[in-house]
Design a binder for this molecule. Structure first.
Ligand code: F6R
Ligand code: MG
Ligand code: MG
Length: 372
């Protein structure tokens, strides 16, 4: 059994079927072939390939640690191969969209793909939940992560479990300045909320348990438009959370998603909409390119292997009818928000639209404005 295991979740939108809608089965197939080969070669221990809407998600386990060039290279070359072998020949929509540079330089961070990685010492039993969202941004995790790791109204363990009672440390990133700050909760709870309430700028990067500094959660934080300097779609974030036995229980991790909170994204990355929890088969955005969706996949890690229900096929946690009501509420909210048309706050504010094509439209009016 390896002493330490790294879980790497690397994702990219490299084109999709019928607009920005859904990954093509052939793309999944090519990605699987590539990761199967890496498993046979011993580079990775295990993998699971899936999609959330138009995003291709590569979940991998290995012993190389975080940010390793071989693992990042594998992900990069997989995305490249899917683009060349499938997206381009089938003329899928926005082929290779998130591969912002030509050549790989050791780490996919800053090159387009989103990354969440954690190195763990595997516990005697290691349940994890992998989240992936489409048509939204990393700040979409702010609200649920605050609930899961800092709100006693959500997480009974914060009150009852001695290992969690001391609280958690949130590492928050300012994505505009490229800086991080560690906030210790519950003492700095109000400061945490002051930051996380601005999800377009401050996002949770990772969370540690206070008693032993064990890693509890890690999220992707890339903001593509800040890298590319122009609108290239939303970042459709991913998140890995460890559960149970001194971490929040699976049910405590999932509970906040029963409330479909408003997130930025949806049509043209320019609207606020409810985050709808869905099963893998329903992870495809249709209505006004949405509403934004999230899937939750449950695994046990055993000696680095991804144990699911059938082989590495995970528990599809939001397929539970217990989330049906959340879906209905999300659709109500989606309908309500759409009736607002292009008026704020249904449409995002000007600072969020800076990198979209809207400034080009407004530019045309520049000379027609007269002083009063
Ligand atoms: C949002 C998204 C879609 C597109 C929209 C327009 O993240 O991917 O809502 O922004 O479908 O796409 P284009 O400009 O490619 O026609
Ligand atoms: Mg797309
Ligand atoms: Mg997407």
């Amino acid at each position: 059994m390896p002493e330490k295991v790294t879980i790497s979740l690397i994702k990219a939108d490299v084109g999709s079927l019928c607009g920005h809608h859904v990954v093509h089965p052939k793309q999944l197939e090519v990605a699987r072939e590539k990761l199967e080969e890496a498993k046979k070669n011993g580079l990775i221990i295990d993998y699971y390939v899936f999609n959330c809407g138009d995003d291709l998600e590569l979940l991998m386990t290995h012993t190389k640690g975080e940010g390793h060039p071989d693992i990042h290279g594998l992900a990069w070359h997989t995305f490249k191969e899917v683009t060349e072998k499938v997206s381009k020949p089938l003329k899928l929509y926005a082929a290779g969209q998130d591969l912002l540079v030509e050549t790989f330089s050791g780490n996919v961070k800053g090159m387009g793909p989103g990354v969440a990685e954690m190195e763990i010492t595997e516990r005697p039993s290691e349940p994890i939940i992998v989240f992936a969202a489409d048509k939204t941004e990393p700040g979409a995790w702010n609200f649920p992560l605050y609930k899961i790791f800092a709100s006693p109204d959500n997480t009974a363990g914060l009150v009852i479990d001695p290992q969690m009672h001391e609280g958690f440390i949130f590492r928050v990133m300012d994505v505009i300045e490229g800086k991080v700050v560690d906030l210790s909760c519950p003492e700095e709870l109000y400061t945490l909320i002051a930051l996380l309430g601005t999800p377009g700028r401050y996002v949770v990067e990772r969370i540690f348990r206070k008693t032993d500094k064990a890693i509890a959660a890690v999220a992707s934080t890339s903001r593509l438009n800040l890298i590319a300097g122009k609108y290239v779609g939303k970042d459709d974030p991913v998140l890995i959370v460890r559960a149970q036995h001194g971490f929040p229980a699976v049910g405590e991790v999932l509970a906040p998603f029963a409330f479909p909170h408003l997130v930025a994204g949806w049509m043209r990355g320019s609207h606020n909409g409810p985050l709808m929890p869905v099963s893998l088969k329903d992870a495809r955005c249709t209505f006004f390119d949405g509403p934004p969706r999230v899937v939750a996949l449950g695994f046990q890690i055993a000696n680095g292997y991804l144990i699911g229900l059938h082989g590495s096929e995970p528990a599809d946690l939001f397929s539970d009818p217990a989330f049906d009501r959340a879906r209905m509420v999300a659709l109500e909210i989606a309908d309500y928000m759409r009736r607002m048309g292009e008026f704020m706050p249904a449409r995002l504010g000007p600072e969020e639209l800076e990198y979209t094509t809207l400034p080009k439209i407004l530019d045309k009016l520049k000379d027609r404005f007269k002083h009063v």
